[in-house]
Design a protein around this ligand. Structure first.
Ligand code: TXE
Length: 494
């Protein structure tokens, strides 16, 4: 990474963003805008359109019209593939510009942002572009006078509601398979991090995606998000965000057209370290990175450290050392390990979790405070709290910040029972050199992704989906395609 190039990009003025509807950038119908506050220094970066319900309805109508006339869905697979491949190339060609824009908006450290945002988004779009002409229907095992065929058809209009922590990556997880299968999409980016995703959507048009196939509307979740959720003309909602909003989306679906709702709702993922881990030093460093990168604003963050009691004190000391060695600060400095907290609201919530942990008997070993106040931005020291009980708030509620709670265990059974004692089930890890134990942990922990002797890094070839209140349906891999197709049976008498 070239610091001077980043510095040039960070000095650029950011233009005001409008919605993207029917291939055009347009303002909100009532002209209203929202300030975009940069978490780096608390200043106003630019404005976006503060969408109204009627803006959202216009975007949905445009997506519906595009779907019905087949301008995308009826293109030959090879043609759709070409456009999506070109889009991936354009994202890559503009990677640094997109990454810097995104970081100024959401605060992720640039090293991670570059890889996880344009890097991963381009790879995801390319993966589904390459896959789309290899997805076949089926012929059923019927009596000889019947032909039973199973077609995979696009569902129609997909509403994709995206959070602020990795807008481009998570956006691509929905857009890639939805567009590859011929659907139209209406995007609703987060109000606190929309810019890079809006720019990425514009690049899709540049790549040749027909107008109307991808529309994007900014604004408050309770206004434009609700209008998307309640629409009679949206067939699928694909969402990543909080449980509270996920619940609302299910209600919206029930109150409107019973659209399919796929939810990825974060977690309270356990990172379980046994005394027989192959390399405890490595485990400590990875445990720190697994919670503190992107300031803990990661759905799969290893936010609960469960440690075998016999190594508890030494291991906590090693994770603390690793955490204290991580540099917190300006996310656009290439030497920064931990960037900014996305918003003032989120920072306040994090600090509230620390207070509550202390009230509940937790011991703050390091961090626990806001730092770098003189920048005007939102920064927090990586925080480790020990003596966190099974039922403590820190063991039960998703924080989505740089706070690690530590709980000791004595036996494998107790580790599994602790791991499974939340309503969530998104990710997790176990560190052990015992092969049998490793497999027992994979089977025993109720979760979508279980790592062994590592944490994070699972790429686009494998699914990411939650169980319990972490959600349903998977992003990534070929399995994600199922969310964006209908199976249609043709039963033919020969
Ligand atoms: O989430 P919201 P927020 C968790 C994390 C975090 C908490 C709050 O614990 O602390 O959620 O974050 C849109 N109808 N995660 O407030 O509100 C909203 O505009 C339709 C975990 O940012 O769920 C945004 O685009 N849409 C997580 C998106 O929902 C609505 C990532 C997410 O915002 C809406 C982010 C409504 N009524 C937060 N209300 C993960 N799983 O990785 C809001 N939205």
């Amino acid at each position: 990474m070239d610091q001077s190039k980043i510095d040039v990009l960070r000095a650029k003025e950011v233009p005001a963003f409008g919605h993207l509807i029917d291939g055009k950038q347009i303002p909100a119908s009532d002209g209203a805008t929202m300030d975009v506050i940069s978490p780096l220094d608390g200043t106003v970066l630019t404005t976006t359109a503060a969408g109204t319900a009627s803006d959202m309805e216009a975007a949905i109508a445009s997506a519906r019209a595009a779907f019905e006339d087949g301008r995308w869905a009826k293109q030959p697979p090879a043609a759709r593939k070409k456009v999506l491949m070109k889009w991936a190339d354009l994202i890559e060609a503009n990677a640094m510009e997109l990454a810097v824009l995104g970081v100024r908006d959401n605060g992720t450290e640039i090293g991670m942002a570059l890889k996880a945002e344009p890097g991963s988004a381009a790879a995801t779009i390319r993966y589904y572009a390459e896959a789309l002409d290899k997805i076949y229907g089926e012929i059923a095992a019927t009596p000889s006078d019947i032909l039973g065929m199973i077609h995979k058809e696009p569902v129609g209009v997909v509403g994709a509601i995206i959070p602020w922590n990795f807008p481009m990556m998570i956006g691509a997880w929905k857009l890639g398979p939805a567009l590859a299968m011929g659907n139209s999409v209406v995007l609703k980016p987060s109000e606190t991090a929309s810019l890079s995703l809006m720019r990425m959507a514009e690049l899709a048009l540049e790549a040749g995606l027909p107008a109307g196939v991808l529309n994007a509307v900014t604004g408050e979740g309770r206004v434009v998000g609700e209008a998307l959720g309640l629409s009679m003309d949206v067939d699928v909602l694909a969402f990543t965000g909080s449980g509270a909003t996920g619940r609302r989306l299910m209600e919206y679906a029930a109150r409107s057209n019973m659209k399919r709702v796929y939810l990825e709702l974060g977690g309270k993922s356990p990172n379980i370290v046994f005394a027989d881990a192959p390399n405890l030093d490595e485990a400590a460093k990875v445990a720190a990175a697994g919670i503190f990168r992107n300031a803990g604003q990661v759905c799969v963050a290893g936010s609960r450290l469960l440690v075998e009691a016999s190594i508890h004190d030494d291991f906590v000391a090693a994770v603390t050392k690793a955490a204290e060695a991580m540099r917190v600060g300006d996310p656009l400095n290439i030497n920064t390990h931990i960037g900014a907290i996305n918003s003032k609201v989120q920072l306040k919530a994090n600090l509230g979790f620390v207070d509550q942990a202390v009230e509940e008997g937790g011991n703050v070993v390091t961090g626990g405070t806001q730092i770098l106040q003189d920048t005007g931005g939102y920064y927090m020291a990586p925080t480790i709290v020990t003596e966190v009980t099974r039922v403590a708030t820190l063991a039960q509620k998703e924080v989505f910040g740089p706070i690690l709670g530590v709980t000791p265990f004595e036996t494998e059974e107790e580790a599994i029972s602790l791991a499974n004692s939340t309503v969530y089930g998104l990710a997790g890890a176990a560190w052990t050199a015992n092969l049998g134990r490793a497999h027992r942990m994979v089977r025993g922990v109720r979760t979508g992704v279980m790592h062994i002797n590592t944490y994070g890094g699972a790429d686009g070839t494998v699914p990411l989906g939650g169980v319990g209140q972490s959600g349903n349906g998977s992003d990534k891999s070929l399995h994600a395609i199922d969310k964006y197709v209908n199976l249609k049976t043709a039963w033919i008498k020969l």
